[in-house]
Write a protein that binds this ligand. Structure first.
Ligand code: ATP
Ligand code: MG
Length: 466
């Protein structure tokens, strides 16, 4: 108690000062019996953070997506805390706390326990910015916003009403400034403030609208949906790294297929997101591509919903595969040898994407590994299968190959052969390899390719040297 008192006296910087008179209204206080949040779904570490801050005399709440998920009865994947303490003040209260970022200065408080360390992101209430001064670009896009404000202002800056609720674990009360709880009951996703203005400030909010609608199954409120069609082009101004992060979140939401349909319905199509072009395309040409991508996305959604991990490299490898196949075939038809044709096609496929968003390096190398493994699955004699199994990314390459089998692009017997081969003992493996040698024609590629019998078909005949 005394140390706490001394700490308070010695605290050097003042508590956050409000930069505007609070013009953002009084929150509705929602008691436990109405919001029914189950405290068991809370992260103990997040509660530790709000407690520590409150004990030191600050206000602190769990905020944003975590409150939304809690109110939906879902276990949040991460917890954000909002407080009126400044980042410096927060940092002083925790042993493992790091200041992050310049544009949005926040504090990461890390907890080490069993399993993965947990990071609780703590941010200081931010002020609303007026439309003047150097914070706002001509288009209305917000450039800098490290101005502290009141909780009401902080709430008004958030995107959707259901993302702007504050939960105090000590009193188990939700503070709701924008009718988020009522919108939850109506299953409506509603932008706070004037939607067109909010999209101009940050066009990524259009993608967030689609993502949250897909994830929650809520409907976009009419006024929230209406401006998107016209303003979609503003996504062109968003730095490609940010666009990439948001698309990644959308694809990894566990509802990627629904989200992609949502993008299409919202008119956020072609050219904006080249990666998704063929998925959004309805043309007959893209039917096969669609089947493959659809299956890959369904597979990803299922994995994520059941709590399994998904590698972004794998996911992008699947999304770009139809493109890659096309380029590979074109190269082969020009007479290029099979494996150089594949590598050249990889370069082309990846380069095409850079007009919209840059695929990050670490994903790029995963993608290349997965792709270049594919022809090797058809060489099932000699030392080839053993070498392939030893590749560090074999599992990803194998899963990818199974997807190709599932859509009929590759003979399903090959997928089965590998599944058996992985499980077999050395004698069984020898028998499996012998069975390949005995296969008639010794070319288990797709029927179409088998008939062509060209030395430079898109998928090399088995045993072909690279
Ligand atoms: P997720 O489940 O994807 O983590 P989330 O709602 O927590 O969803 P975050 O990106 O983690 O999304 O952001 C946390 C909170 O910060 C949001 O709930 C919202 O209140 C606010 N926020 C995030 N991005 C924006 C934005 N572009 N504009 C306005 N508010 C935002
Ligand atoms: Mg979050």
């Amino acid at each position: 108690m005394i140390t706490k008192f001394i700490k308070r006296i010695l605290r050097r910087d003042p508590m956050v000062k409000h930069t505007h008179a609070s013009n953002t209204g009084v929150p509705k206080r929602i008691p436990k019996k109405s919001h029914r949040i189950d405290p068991h779904l809370l992260s103990k570490n997040a509660v530790k953070v709000t407690h520590t801050l409150q004990q030191a005399g600050y206000e602190a709440f769990i905020v944003g997506g975590a409150v939304r998920d809690l109110a939906l009865g879902i276990s949040p994947k991460d917890f954000d805390v909002a407080t009126n303490a400044t980042p410096d003040q927060v940092q002083r209260l925790f042993r493992k706390a790091r200041l992050i970022g310049r544009r949005f200065q926040i504090v990461h408080v890390t907890f080490f326990g069993k399993g993965h360390p947990e990071i609780i992101e703590v941010s200081t209430f931010r002020a609303l910015l007026d439309n003047a001064g150097d914070h706002v670009a001509e288009s209305g896009r917000i450039l800098r916003d490290n101005v502290w404000g009141s909780q009401g202002e902080d709430a008004a800056r958030r995107d959707f009403t259901i993302n702007a609720m504050y939960y105090d674990p000590s009193s188990e009360t939700v503070l709701d400034y924008h009718g988020g709880m009522a919108d939850m009951q109506k299953k409506t996703l509603r932008m706070i403030g004037d939607p067109a203005k909010r999209y101009r400030e940050d066009p990524v909010r259009m993608l967030r609208a689609v993502r949250f609608a897909a994830k929650t199954g809520f409907e976009l409120d009419n006024a929230t949906r209406a401006p998107i069609e016209k303003l979609g082009k503003l996504l062109n101004d968003v730095p490609s790294a940010r666009l990439f992060d948001e698309i990644l979140k959308l694809l990894m939401s566990g509802y990627s297929w629904r989200a992609i349909q949502g993008l299409k319905e919202a008119g956020l199509h072609h050219g904006l997101l080249p990666l998704l072009d063929h998925i959004l395309d309805d043309g007959e040409d893209s039917k096969g591509a669609n089947d493959f991508v659809k299956l890959a996305l369904a597979n990803t959604d299922e994995r994520i919903q059941s709590g399994k991990s998904v590698s972004a490299g794998f996911l992008f490898a699947t999304l770009l595969w139809p493109d890659l196949l096309k380029n590979w075939k074109t190269n082969s038809s020009k007479g290029m040898a099979n494996i150089p044709a594949l590598h050249d096609a990889m370069d082309d496929t990846i380069a095409t994407q850079s007009c919209g968003m840059t695929i990050q390096r670490r994903f790029e190398s995963d993608m290349r590994e997965i792709w270049s493994m594919q022809p090797r699955f058809e060489r099932r004699v000699g030392r080839y299968p053993f070498r392939l199994i030893e590749s560090p990314r074999f599992r990803a390459g194998y899963d990818f190959m199974l997807l190709r089998c599932a859509t009929g692009e590759l003979n399903p017997a090959i997928g089965q052969w590998w599944t058996d081969f992985i499980a077999a003992d050395p004698t069984g493996q020898d028998e499996l390899m012998a069975s390949v040698k005995n296969e008639s024609g010794n070319s288990p590629g797709p029927a179409k390719r088998r008939r062509r019998r060209k030395p430079k078909s898109a998928i090399p005949p088995e045993g072909a040297a690279s």
